[in-house]
Design a protein around this ligand. Structure first.
Ligand SMILES: [Zn+2]
Length: 63
């Protein structure tokens, strides 16, 4: 029974916001090319949709 009892109130560290915001502008999001499924190739040929990169930049909110 020799513990000092002069501890201040429990200082809880500020909790970070739980909502993780995706990197990038909200109106554009990188997505996997639906044509090649992200492989960038279709039938051993460069996917014309994504240009062989496998990913496309989808613009959203551009109504
Ligand atoms: Zn593609």
């Amino acid at each position: 029974m020799s513990q000092p009892n002069d501890l201040p109130n429990d200082q809880q560290p500020p909790e970070p916001k739980g909502d993780e915001v995706p990197v990038g502008s909200p109106q554009s999001a990188p997505g996997i090319c639906p044509e090649c499924g992200g492989s960038g190739r279709i039938a051993e040929r460069p996917c014309p949709t994504c240009g062989g990169s496998g990913t496309i930049n989808v613009l959203v909110g551009d109504a």
